[in-house]
Ligand binder design. Structure first.
Ligand SMILES: *[C@@H]1O[C@H](CO)[C@@H](O)[C@H](O)[C@H]1NC(C)=O
Ligand SMILES: *[C@@H]1O[C@H](CO)[C@@H](O)[C@H](O)[C@H]1NC(C)=O
Ligand SMILES: *[C@@H]1O[C@H](CO)[C@@H](O)[C@H](O)[C@H]1NC(C)=O
Ligand SMILES: *[C@@H]1O[C@H](CO)[C@@H](O)[C@H](O)[C@H]1NC(C)=O
Ligand SMILES: *[C@@H]1O[C@H](CO)[C@@H](O)[C@H](O)[C@H]1NC(C)=O
Ligand SMILES: *[C@@H]1O[C@H](CO)[C@@H](O)[C@H](O)[C@H]1NC(C)=O
Ligand SMILES: *[C@@H]1O[C@H](CO)[C@@H](O)[C@H](O)[C@H]1NC(C)=O
Ligand SMILES: *[C@@H]1O[C@H](CO)[C@@H](O)[C@H](O)[C@H]1NC(C)=O
Ligand SMILES: *[C@@H]1O[C@H](CO)[C@@H](O)[C@H](O)[C@H]1NC(C)=O
Ligand SMILES: *[C@@H]1O[C@H](CO)[C@@H](O)[C@H](O)[C@H]1NC(C)=O
Ligand SMILES: *[C@@H]1O[C@H](CO)[C@@H](O)[C@H](O)[C@H]1NC(C)=O
Ligand SMILES: *[C@@H]1O[C@H](CO)[C@@H](O)[C@H](O)[C@H]1NC(C)=O
Length: 840
């Protein structure tokens, strides 16, 4: 039997080869980023899959029944940086389980019921920065073997069974630790000696979270000489009394940020007495945050006395009722009041305040004047506020305001033009209802303003001067408003610095060039969600800096002009969600779309709305060849109908000539049955019978004439007989011209066919015999005949001896011309010669 390692040796390369071909061979894991990130969550894996590349850096093995981590479990993955082992039912972690993971920075062990943790469990993790050991049955930090994790920055041991807050000696090794999360453990008391390592000051910047521990007592002086970056104590105390004594126990602590309060769903205290915060006077605090305390409704005077010197105060989710009468000597620079309940808007007056964020509160619906002379940032958004006057320095008691946010409020009456607030740089009114914006140049003095948002403020712009004065504006957002006549007026005058303009959802039906003439720096123009029907890039041709043009969600059918000149710097043109007509009528536009695919945003998503058979199809799928086929078929069919008509006409007109032609081909130059076919008027039949037939057929040599009274086949149409019997089977045609002949239309018809026959058979075959002297006037009736007779020689019948003799001689000679079966060639030549001499 083949040893298994040899079998593996032969199998491995072929497996590797297969895995090259089949990327899905990482199954059951998901390849998020090839060679880098693999997700094997909840796959019922009892061991680490070995088909994952060793270059993997992020590996998620959560929710698999791994149970035991043996030594060197992950040595195959030396590049690992993030390893998630959440809820893997890990009970045992042996020595050196993570050995070889020198690059690992994050290890997540959440939700494993660890029973046995070997002393060297975390050895080798020299770069581990974050260890999450939430809900891992830790009883004590003392036995938690992390003393070697010198790189550790964040340790989360929340939701465990730790009773003692004593930080073990090994914390002296963790000089980089910044976050220590102890929340939701069983800590009841904190003693002086617990924090001994922190007094040795290796950890200068530690954030400590002790929330949700049922703390009964913090022994006085426990935090003495301790310096923390942040201390969080939320939902720790059952009642005001415990809270007060515990806060007194914090005396001597120097903390940058202190967070007190409860959690929304973890309320322990029934009542709150403002004396609970008295102990804060013996702490050094820079920022204070107070969250979720109900029953806060009494008189708050004096509540914050111990917090008079903090620079930032934050009140979140409190029922404050009123916040008046804050002493003027408070040093607060920043005040955040969010999601609180009030009886009325607090008429704040604090000289120190530079930043006020009063957002998302309830009950403060009518704005009152405030007196904040040094305020620079004022955020009053999302309070449902109504402002009866806006805006001037008197309303806010400040002339230093730079940032004003009044978004998501109620009705705001614009009845002053920012007097005393001319240095505003940022102004946001979105989703509040602005009134009286059209009556005067509201923003006239705001030369410093670079951001203005008046989106969805129910403005109908009728006044061209609405934005006059905003010469430094960089961003203007005015989506969701409307314009008189749904046409954009010339309102962006002197806004040379504007870079972003949003006029989406403004019911615009057309855009003209004028308004954009003065915006050389505009980079983004948003026209989406309007009612534009044609794409016309002409108005933007002079926007020299335009990069993004959003035309999505309009009713664009096609382009207005043939040539689409667009700004030279344009990189994104969004035409998605329009009503494109994918018909041949617009094929040049549709071709343009294909050509500009790189410029168009999500060109593949652009779909046709018309014609019905193209509805929902991608615009790019339109083929202009169908148009060409249509065009050619139409022109071809028109042409062929015309041809058929013309041919029909011609056939109708030259039916007999064609028959002649057909005959010519059919009979070729084959054997001729007759020497001549005689065309004559029936009135001259006597002469033909008595003179012509007698003299020619009975003379020497005898000629065979074709005569219709004698040779035509009965039952065949006369015309057909003329052609088939007469012309096709005869070498020559004798035309007997007389007064009767000229007057007979039938004879003239026969003569015309004879002419065609002569032309087609290219033989000089017509011999004219003129019976009587004809008056020229009569002859002229038949122009063609007249011309022929006057140009060619013809035989004239003369009823005299000499005349007869010459006549028959000449006629015979003419008939002999071209007769192949003539035996007497010499005589013929002589005759010709004779004839030639007599003719002279
Ligand atoms: C993944 O790694 C293998 C072996 O190191 C290499 O051949 C392959 O090209 C890599 N794939 C990608 C997408 O980087
Ligand atoms: C998980 O795998 C074990 C064997 O490794 C098997 O007994 C069990 O049925 C599997 N569970 C599921 C849900 O597939
Ligand atoms: C702290 O670091 C030193 C030096 O690296 C080491 O000898 C000692 O064992 C570490 N302490 C603990 C508790 O791991
Ligand atoms: C202290 O840590 C906080 C984050 O917890 C950080 O923002 C701050 O910059 C740090 N301060 C110092 C002095 O390192
Ligand atoms: C505090 O609350 C815990 C849990 O709700 C309770 O067991 C304990 O008795 C309370 N302590 C006091 C002093 O009320
Ligand atoms: C605030 O600082 C002033 C002096 O700057 C001091 O007199 C006062 O006691 C301090 N108040 C508190 C509560 O620390
Ligand atoms: C107050 O609002 C401003 C602007 O919205 C924001 O930049 C700042 O971070 C906020 N401050 C606080 C403490 O929430
Ligand atoms: C436009 O901005 C530049 C600097 O960003 C400034 O120098 C210039 O004065 C501004 N133009 C106008 C018209 O305010
Ligand atoms: C635009 O600015 C020029 C000078 O900078 C000024 O003369 C003109 O009145 C301004 N136009 C408007 C409409 O504000
Ligand atoms: C234009 O405005 C719409 C909303 O009206 C928004 O969805 C879209 O992202 C904006 N486009 C750009 C380029 O900012
Ligand atoms: C149109 O495309 C631009 C550029 O990619 C994008 O920012 C914008 O959000 C798009 N518009 C909509 C309505 O999605
Ligand atoms: C039709 O498409 C071809 C190739 O896609 C293109 O070269 C041609 O110009 C298009 N014709 C018209 C009329 O757009």
């Amino acid at each position: 039997m083949m040893p298994s390692w040899r079998l593996a040796g032969t199998l491995m390369p072929s497996m590797a080869f297969l895995s090259c071909l089949r990327p899905e061979s990482w199954e059951p894991c998901i390849e998020v980023i090839p060679n880098v990130t693999y997700q094997c969550m909840e796959q019922n894996l009892s061991r680490i899959p070995d088909n994952i590349p060793s270059s993997t850096r992020n590996l998620d093995l959560s929710f698999n029944p791994l149970n035991t981590l043996e030594s060197q479990s992950f040595s195959k993955f030396p590049e690992l940086q993030v390893l998630d082992l959440s809820r893997c039912d890990i009970r045992v972690i042996e020595d050196g389980a993570y050995q070889g993971l020198g690059q690992l920075s994050t290890l997540i062990l959440t939700g494993n019921p660890i029973e046995s943790l070997a002393p060297g469990a975390f050895s080798g993790l020299s770069h581990l920065q974050k260890l999450v050991a939430v809900e891992t049955n830790i009883l004590s930090l003392r036995t938690f073997p992390i003393g070697n994790l010198r790189a550790l920055k964040e340790l989360n041991v929340a939701h465990n069974l730790i009773h003692s807050f004593k930080l073990p000696e090994y914390f002296l090794n963790l000089t980089n630790l910044e976050h220590l999360d102890f929340s939701d453990n069983k800590i009841q008391s904190i003693h002086y000696k617990d924090l001994q390592v922190l007094r040795k000051k290796p950890l200068l910047n530690l954030s400590l979270d002790l929330s949700l521990n049922p703390i009964d007592i913090i022994h006085p002086g426990a935090f003495k000489e301790v310096k923390l970056h942040k201390l969080t104590l939320r939902s720790n105390f059952n009642n005001t009394h415990v809270m007060r004594t515990c806060i007194q126990g914090l005396a001597g602590l120097e903390v940058y940020r202190l967070v007190l309060g409860e959690f929304k769903n973890e309320r322990n205290m029934d009542s709150f007495d403002k004396s609970a915060l008295d102990g804060l006077c013996s702490l050094t605090i820079e920022e204070f945050r107070f969250a979720y305390l109900d029953e806060f409704s009494g008189d708050v005077t004096g509540l914050f006395n111990c917090l008079a010197n903090v620079s930032a105060m934050s009140l979140v989710n409190l029922y404050v009722k009123n916040l008046e009468n804050l002493p003027e000597d408070f040093k607060w620079k920043s005040l955040e009041v969010a999601r609180c309940k009030f009886r009325q808007f607090p008429p704040l007056a604090l000289p120190s305040l530079k930043e006020l964020n009063f957002t998302d509160n309830k009950g403060a619906v009518n704005m009152v004047d405030i007196e904040l002379p040094n305020l620079e940032i004022l955020d009053l958004s999302r309070n449902g506020l109504s402002l009866r006057h806006c805006c001037s320095s008197e309303d806010f008691g400040t002339t230093t305001l730079r940032h004003l946010d009044l978004s998501f409020n109620g009705v705001i009456l614009m009845n002053s033009n920012f007097i005393g607030l001319c240095q505003l740089e940022y102004l946001d009114f979105q989703h509040s209802a602005l009134k009286h914006t059209n009556q005067f140049t509201v923003f006239l003095c705001l030369h410093q303003l670079h951001y203005l948002d008046i989106s969805y403020t129910h403005i109908q712009v009728v006044f061209d001067g609405i934005f006059d004065g905003l010469t430094n504006l960089k961003v203007l957002k005015m989506a969701g408003n409307s314009f008189k006549d749904s046409t954009l007026p010339n309102i962006f005058r002197n806004m040379t610095n504007l870079t972003i303009l949003d006029i989406s959802e403004c019911q615009l039906t057309q855009v003209s060039k004028g308004p954009f003439d003065t915006l050389p720096n505009l980079r983004v123009l948003n026209l989406s969600h309007n009612h534009l029907v044609y794409l016309d890039l002409f108005p933007y041709a002079h926007l020299l800096s335009l990069q993004v043009l959003d035309y999505s969600f309009n009713y664009i059918v096609a382009s207005k002009r043939q040539a689409l000149h667009f700004p030279s710097k344009l990189t994104h043109l969004n035409l998605t969600q329009n009503n494109f007509a994918c018909s041949c009528e617009h094929q040049s536009f549709l071709q343009w779309v294909k050509d500009q695919r790189g410029l168009l945003v999500e060109a593949e998503q652009m779909t046709c709305a018309n014609p019905p058979d193209m509805q929902g199809m991608p615009v790019l799928s339109f083929r202009n060849t169908t148009c060409q086929i249509n065009k050619t078929t139409i022109s071809l069919s028109v042409l062929s109908i015309l041809m058929v008509a013309i041919i029909g006409l011609l056939v109708y007109k030259f039916y007999f000539h064609l028959m002649l032609l057909a005959g010519c081909k059919e009979y070729g130059r084959g054997e001729m049955a007759y020497d001549a076919f005689v065309i004559y008027s029936s009135q001259d039949e006597n002469w033909v019978r008595n003179e012509l037939v007698k003299n020619l057929e009975e003379g020497v040599p005898p000629f065979q004439l074709c005569l219709h009274y004698r040779d035509f086949i009965p039952g065949v149409a006369i015309a057909a007989n003329i052609i088939q019997e007469g012309f096709h089977k005869s070498r020559k045609v004798i035309v007997v011209v007389s007064r009767h002949f000229i007057q007979s239309r039938w004879c003239i018809f026969e003569y015309e066919i004879a002419q065609t026959w002569q032309f087609l058979s290219s033989r000089a075959g017509i011999i004219f015999i003129v019976l009587q002297k004809l008056e020229k006037s009569l002859l002229r009736q038949q122009v063609e005949l007249y011309r022929l007779l006057s140009r060619n020689t013809y035989l004239e019948w003369e009823d005299s001896m000499l005349g007869r003799h010459i006549f028959w001689r000449r006629l015979r000679k003419a008939l002999l011309d071209g007769k192949t079966s003539q035996p007497d060639g010499l005589a013929d030549a002589e005759n010709v010669h004779q004839e030639a001499t007599t003719a002279i």
